[in-house]
Design a protein around this ligand. Structure first.
Ligand SMILES: [Zn+2]
Ligand SMILES: [Zn+2]
Length: 302
């Protein structure tokens, strides 16, 4: 069989060279993004974050140390450009849904004025800045702070609709995020094809019928804090999921159930007791030898 010949010409050569050459600007962008990721997160360290509390490896001793020292653990956060790109895409998806809800006047929460720096609460889309009367184009939605002061729990929900008595959570689902967060779910939908093992994204999306379990635990805790500490009446959380491969969307509802969060609330109260009596709790993950999270604090304390 004669080899297939592609006629060479100035156009083709140019194209092949462009594809081949490592573009310095592309490399510079990647370096810029990774440098940004390496800087301290600016996340509050004087509170316990609900996102940590709902993890199966949440260590009470590590939480105690962090509240005591109020410093970010000196962990070396491993990341890649792809991972940072997934996070950024997640932020963009948040902004999109929040903008739609803002246009509808259905979003309550904190608003930040980029003109004077004020942050103020409003039950609907504000007509102007409460402090300097700057127009809405200067205002940005700053989400819903959820703090349980006495327990030093502090978090933020993506949205709150007073009209619906609902918190709002916005999620993206894509091949990349599934690879990081739910590899076993992705595996279940990976099939043999003529081109090797590939995920069947159509079936995966069709069968995706409820939010991920950690997301459910987290919103239950948010709803507990909203009702008991923030005076925001909430009886459910509405999830909006964006499916990256096809831009299809789904919505789920999770009804408030107090009993879900009670063990976590008790654990937080016990950590506060320990802080008041200056007695570190035991590592609830790995006993005396400690787990990776609290051992790291031991090392930073030396
Ligand atoms: Zn202002
Ligand atoms: Zn531990």
């Amino acid at each position: 069989m004669a080899p297939r010949v592609v006629k060479s010409g100035p156009r083709l050569t140019e194209y092949l060279n462009a594809v081949k050459s490592p573009e310095p600007l592309f490399g510079d962008v990647q370096k810029h993004v990774l440098d940004k990721a390496a800087k301290p997160s600016g996340r509050r360290q004087d509170v316990i974050h609900p996102s940590e509390m709902v993890k199966s490896d949440w260590c009470h001793l590590a939480a105690y140390h962090r509240l005591l020292l109020e410093v970010e653990p000196a962990e070396k956060r491993k990341t890649t450009f792809t991972r940072e790109n997934i996070f950024e895409e997640g932020h963009r998806t948040h902004s999109k849904w929040q903008r739609w809800l803002t246009e509808m006047g259905r979003l309550a929460g904190d608003w930040k004025c980029w003109y004077c720096g004020a942050v103020f609460w409003n039950d609907t889309t504000p007509a102007e800045c409460h402090q300097c009367s700057a127009p809405p184009s200067c205002l940005e939605y700053a989400e819903v702070p959820l703090n349980a002061g006495p327990l030093r729990i502090g978090g933020k929900a993506d949205g709150y609709s007073p009209h619906d008595f609902a918190l709002i959570e916005i999620k993206t689902l894509g091949l990349g995020s599934l690879r990081f967060e739910r590899p076993e779910f992705l595996d279940r939908y990976t099939v043999e094809t003529d081109h090797g093992r590939l995920p069947d994204m159509t079936r995966l999306w069709r069968d995706f019928r409820r939010p991920l379990p950690t997301a459910v635990r987290q919103v239950q805790l948010y709803m507990y804090v909203a009702n008991h500490f923030e005076d925001l009446p909430v009886d459910r959380t509405v999830f909006f999921y964006d499916f990256k491969p096809t831009q299809e969307t789904k919505s789920f509802t999770v009804t408030f159930d107090e009993s879900f969060s009670e063990p976590l609330i008790e654990a937080a109260a016990a950590i506060i007791d320990c802080l008041q009596t200056d007695t570190p709790p035991f590592c609830n993950i790995n006993g005396r030898s400690g787990c990776p999270s609290c051992v790291e604090f031991k090392e930073t304390n030396k």
